[in-house]
Write a protein that binds this ligand. Structure first.
Ligand code: 4FM
Length: 228
């Protein structure tokens, strides 16, 4: 799976490119991340990508021309790429949207800064608007990295055999609690059943804990059917 990223801060993507599960997926040629410096597509001598909004008001708006030319350059290389704009107005990211997006081999992520991008880009050049949640962050880059990480770890072969792709949400429930050595620390003991060696009892206990966890922390997940 290939990600092309349009950004004025390409260096930020070292966070996922250089370390961890996504970095390993890149090394194994299962994933690739290509950043495009939006300023390289400007035509003014200051390499500005923004201008004042028509109608007045605070802040600056990212202009059409550099973004449209950058998308054009990406599509010349990757004609079938899907263009996603990260913004709080988008469809909320969840496990079912991640599964949907995993069908695309090529995704272009448009990262905004300032107060927003010119609406004509959204109307004419963007295939889908995606939000990572109902809050505002300072730019699309962190949201793009959340999307790449959450998708990338579900690409076949990226996680090793001992790593689970689903963690919480494996069946629409939250995970059961985990324990490792030692058996006791500061008076806190590992539940007896986990030390019993009786696998059927362990499985039953974990299933119970998983349901208890979900109903106490995330009641909203209990009747959710769109999770895969
Ligand atoms: C988006 C800042 C566009 C500036 C943002 C521009 C966000 C979110 C978000 C901030 N993205 N989910 N929530 N973006 O807050 O995806 Cl131009």
């Amino acid at each position: 799976m290939r990600f092309d990223i349009i950004t004025i801060f390409p260096e930020m993507f070292s966070a996922i490119r250089d370390e961890g599960v996504i970095a390993r997926g890149i090394k194994d040629s299962l994933l690739s991340i290509h950043t495009w410096q939006l300023r390289d597509f400007t035509k003014n001598k200051y390499r500005n990508v923004d201008d004042r909004p028509y109608g007045g008001g605070p802040g600056m708006v990212m202009q059409v021309q550099p973004i449209r030319d950058c998308i054009g350059a990406i599509k010349k290389e990757i004609p079938n790429t899907r263009v996603i704009y990260l913004s709080p107005q988008g469809r909320k990211l969840d496990q079912s949207l991640i599964s949907e997006l995993l069908q695309y081999e090529n995704i272009t992520l448009l990262c905004g800064r300032y107060e927003g991008i010119d609406q004509r880009i959204i109307d004419h050049d963007v295939d889908m608007e995606v939000s990572i949640g109902d809050y505002v962050i300072s730019g699309g880059e962190l949201a793009a990295m959340v999307l790449i990480d959450s998708m990338g770890r579900q690409v076949k072969g990226v996680l090793g055999n001992s790593e689970s792709t689903q963690d919480s949400f494996f069946d629409g429930h939250l995970e059961y609690p985990q324990y490792s050595r030692p058996e006791e620390i500061d008076g806190q003991k590992v539940p007896d059943v986990l030390l019993s060696g009786h696998q059927k009892n362990i499985d039953t206990w974990r299933e119970e804990q998983s349901k208890l966890n979900t109903s106490s922390k995330r009641k909203d997940l209990l009747n959710k059917t769109e999770l895969d």
